[in-house]
Design a protein around this ligand. Structure first.
Ligand SMILES: *Cc1c(COP(=O)(O)O)cnc(C)c1O
Ligand code: SF4
Length: 388
């Protein structure tokens, strides 16, 4: 775990000037939101931009949003453009290249959208796209057209304020027992607005579980205040899934944010995206998953990176994902192993290679070391046997 200092150290030599920030400001999430990096000049206070990055920043202007919190910038290597944190937040030339097969919405959110904000794809649960705002606009965002395309978001301005239609849809579909607030990042809203939404959902008797998908614990953990956690804990059961992609993102601040959530009874899970050049190797993934357990975050999904317009350069092969999953399964604590899935129009589909095959004489099994065994059909018959 790397501790992020309350006051970033000014660095020497060729490294850029890193602003000294008093702790009272550094610990205040609103300060970070106000001071977000949105220009080359501001970025240069934190990192030495490469010519390719500068070109990509200029090229993506007016097409994709760009913003970085000072907190997240402080995790970046000032001199190395291949830094895993930096690649997630600083535009790269690849995002302006149209790859073969790339689509703006390969997972079909727009197809399953039932109201301005509700996407109803699975029988018993929905996602609610409550905002298109995020503290950092991740370059690999799967909803890039929604969160970072400055022209192409879902939201129609005239519908921006009211959630009545969305809540009504959920109330009129009592089969919906699980509502996942996402976006954008729901915690971009101030606590009062968030409470309006969560209490609105709680007032619907058929809604059993409220889930929040938020990257704030990673991008600006100071947002996870005692007040926020206390408010959310009044609407239990509330679950939160966050999005750590690299061990460098696990800091003293992020661990403290997770601890606050847990102490208020909010279980914290994690969804990682498999990203080329960032976390596409077994060692990094093993470290990430085991470090997550150390801060009591439960790995949930490992997403294969979809071929999303503007994101394709982060894609790996599915074979690479298999290799990584085989390097996790059996090698680390069972519940540190996420489920490797591909998000598609027909839902999330598990991708990991099976560890067994049905054969005529039983089951062929394989373990994490590649050892194989057959358990015979007497023990595991194809049809359920009658009791003797
Ligand atoms: C991911 C997702 C959900 C939640 O799925 P879980 O597998 O239960 O986490 C719900 N609706 C949509 C449209 C989704 O993409
Ligand atoms: S925080 Fe989440 S929704 Fe927002 S840009 Fe990053 S990945 Fe996308």
């Amino acid at each position: 775990m790397s501790a992020t200092p309350g006051e970033p150290e000014p660095t020497s030599g060729s490294a850029p000037f890193r602003p000294r920030v008093p702790a009272a400001e550094w610990d205040d999430w609103r300060w970070h939101m106000r001071k977000r990096i949105t220009s080359v000049a501001k970025a240069r206070q934190w990192i030495n931009l490469s010519p390719e990055e500068e070109k990509a920043i200029a090229g993506s202007a007016g097409k994709y949003r760009w913003s970085i919190t000072p907190y997240y910038a402080s995790l970046m290597d000032p001199d190395d453009p291949s830094c895993p944190v930096r690649q997630q937040a600083v535009p790269a030339p690849g995002e302006l290249v149209e790859f073969p097969g790339a689509e703006v919405d390969p997972v079909g959110d727009t197809y399953y959208r039932r109201t301005n904000r509700v996407v109803h794809k699975y029988p018993d649960r929905v996602i609610m796209l409550v905002t298109e705002a995020c503290p950092v606009y991740c370059r690999h965002c799967t909803r890039k057209f929604h969160t970072t395309d400055v022209h192409g978001t879902y939201f129609r301005d005239d519908e921006g304020g009211s959630f009545d239609e969305d809540l009504r849809y959920i109330a009129e579909h009592p089969e919906i027992r699980d509502v996942l607030l996402t976006g954008g990042d729901p915690l971009s809203y101030r606590d009062g607005k968030l409470e309006e939404i969560v209490s609105g959902l709680r007032a619907i008797p058929s809604v059993e579980v409220v889930r929040i998908g938020s990257r704030f614990p990673v991008l600006l953990p100071q947002r996870i205040t005692e007040d926020l956690c206390e408010m959310l804990s009044r609407y239990h059961p509330v679950w939160l899934n966050t999005h750590f992609n690299h061990p460098k993102e696990i800091t003293a601040e992020s661990a403290a944010a997770v601890d606050r959530l847990l102490r208020h009874g909010i279980p914290v899970g994690n969804q990682t995206v498999l990203l080329r050049g960032i976390n596409d190797d077994v060692t990094t993934m093993r470290t990430l998953m085991t470090e997550l357990l150390r801060i009591r975050v439960r790995p949930y999904y490992l997403y294969h990176c979809d071929n999303v317009t503007g994101v394709s350069h982060f894609m790996t092969s599915v074979e690479k994902g298999w290799e990584i999953m085989e390097g996790l399964q059996g090698h680390i604590t069972g519940f540190a192993v996420p489920q490797y899935v591909l998000t598609t129009r027909i839902g999330k589909v598990p991708l990991a290679r099976p560890y067994f095959a049905r054969t005529a004489d039983g089951l062929r099994l394989r373990n994490h070391q590649g050892q194989e065994m057959t358990v015979d059909a007497t023990a595991y018959p194809i049809t359920e046997p009658d009791a003797p």
